[in-house]
Design a protein around this ligand. Structure first.
Ligand code: GLN
Length: 486
């Protein structure tokens, strides 16, 4: 039997089903791995061994009672943006460093109902604002492929934990690329579903019209298994879509013959030639399976970063207004009056990047500038969505790189926010248009992973997972493990 920590969720599910391992054994083995490796990586903000083992024992009991599903007893981790009842949920911020949620997020609740065991909560950029995990109050996460480099962000802890095989899968959220970008930089598979596919209830809000929960895993098959358990209508999220959830695993094997792939011209203009070569090699593999590849153009796509950096801060300034030191979250010592309470609680509780976004957001929403910035950004957002819609009349999916570079060094971009914002140049478009998108490992450049991005029309998750799975049947990049973690 393959070593437990190297097994995919699908393999673990089979091993649990066959009685080759119990959930308690598996949970112990992974807790020991976290104990051994996480000091160096800092991928976890909290690990709750006691509750994980209790959940594992309950999963084993369920199995003995003949009541187990495919995920029963499989241990995973949650990004610390998802509320977990009775456990800390910090969102990577001092503001919530001691916040214990009174309820589970819908995503957490559904995965628990499927029998999944929660090992812990993963590190992240503060309030999911960042592309490198360096804005976390709990310190940066290190990339398992090279400890001097960032794992990407904001779901950097989840990506690093999966890449280092501390967990077989983890949840993440993606507002502008936070699942796909760290997945690419850590060499794991990530999916951001269609906006509205996964409930945002209990997922701490950053930019509500863009935020979407999803999965980081070893393989597309595992992403399909977990997404199926997380997705679906939730009356507690008014933007959740009332559509049945298909069995994402049922269509993974479908042949790709006749699939029309659009190569995104705007993503290849100025792209690093070494990354371009790997993306083209991946396209060649899909072509060999019968897909036809042609170029498509989305002329407004280059406007996505400036558009996002108006819309996302605007929504964040409104969402984060709730942290006032009164109801919950950090409260300053001995406030003089109410204004002092607000000012010092927020001043002490939020880090620099969060403050920057709140100020930009407040500015673009102010009466004098609303039309010039916020309204304009909404108009451009509609143009970008229309570009994608037009492209999907011609092709089934569009493909390009996930990121412009491989993992960069810690500190390399933290002094210059705009350089950092450009890390998401290829991922933000899908969020603005609400589209599902994936990142799939497609090569290594100087021992650092590169991701292939696949974007499809609304609710085409099945198609994306099918393409990613067929690609992974013909390649083994997703199975590569960083040195020292095998
Ligand atoms: N890096 C982007 C930002 O800083 C996206 C973050 C995200 O998707 N949560 O806003």
């Amino acid at each position: 039997m393959t070593e437990l920590h190297l097994m995919t969720v699908a393999e673990l599910s089979a091993a649990l089903h066959a009685g080759r391992v119990s959930s308690v054994e598996l949970t112990r083995a992974l807790l020991a791995r976290i104990e051994r490796h996480d000091r160096a990586l800092n991928a976890f903000i909290s690990v709750d061994a006691e509750s994980a083992l209790a959940e594992a024992a309950a999963a084993d009991a369920r199995r003995h009672a003949g009541d187990a599903g495919p995920l029963t007893g499989v241990p995973i981790a949650h990004k610390d943006i998802f509320c977990t009842r009775g456990q800390k949920t910090t969102c990577g911020s001092r503001m919530l460093a001691n916040f214990v949620s009174p309820y589970d997020a819908t995503v957490v609740e559904r995965l628990r109902a499927a029998g999944v065991v929660t090992l812990g909560k993963t590190n992240m950029d503060e309030f999911a604002m960042g592309s490198s995990n360096e804005t976390s109050f709990f310190g940066p996460v290190r990339n398992p492929w090279d400890g001097a480099r960032v794992p990407g962000g904001s779901s950097g802890g989840s990506a690093a934990a999966v890449a280092a095989r501390l967990v077989p899968a983890a949840t993440g959220t993606d507002t502008g690329g936070s699942i796909r970008q760290p997945a690419a930089l850590c060499g794991v598979t990530g999916i951001k579903p269609t906006y509205g596919r996964v409930s945002r209830f209990g997922m701490i809000a950053f930019a509500s019209s863009l935020d979407q929960g999803g999965v980081l895993a070893i393989s597309a098959e595992d992403a399909a298994l977990l997404l199926g358990a997380m997705a679906g209508f939730d009356e507690r999220d008014s933007t959740s879509v009332e559509l049945p959830v298909p069995d994402y695993t049922a269509t993974l094997e479908q042949p790709l013959k006749g699939l029309k792939i659009g190569m995104l011209r705007e993503f290849f203009a100025g792209l690093d030639p070494a990354i371009e070569q790997l993306i083209r090699a991946a396209l060649a593999l899909l072509h060999a399976q019968g897909a036809v590849v042609r170029e498509v153009s989305l002329p407004n796509l280059p406007l996505s970063v400036p558009t996002y950096y108006v819309v996302a801060p605007a929504e964040c300034s409104s969402n984060l207004a709730r942290y006032d030191g009164v109801r919950y979250g950090h409260r300053c010592e001995q406030p003089r009056d109410l204004t002092d309470l607000y000012e010092r609680s927020r001043g002490e509780g939020f880090g620099a990047e969060v403050k920057r976004r709140i100020m930009i957001g407040t500015y673009v929403l102010s009466a004098g500038y609303y039309d010039a910035y916020y309204l304009k950004a909404q108009q451009v957002r509609a143009l970008i969505a229309a570009d994608f819609e037009r492209a999907f009349h011609e092709v089934d999916v569009v493909i390009g790189p996930t990121t412009p570079t491989t993992a960069f060094s810690l500190g390399a971009k933290s002094a210059d926010p705009v350089t950092m914002y450009l890390s998401d140049i290829y991922t933000i478009g899908a969020n603005l248009a609400g589209l599902p998108a994936m990142s799939v490992p497609c090569g290594l450049l100087e021992e650092l992973p590169v991701g292939l991005q696949i974007i499809g029309p609304h609710f085409s998750e099945q198609k994306l997972l099918n393409i990613a799975h067929r690609y992974q049947c013909e390649s083994d990049w997703h199975l590569r493990v960083p040195r020292g973690f095998g």
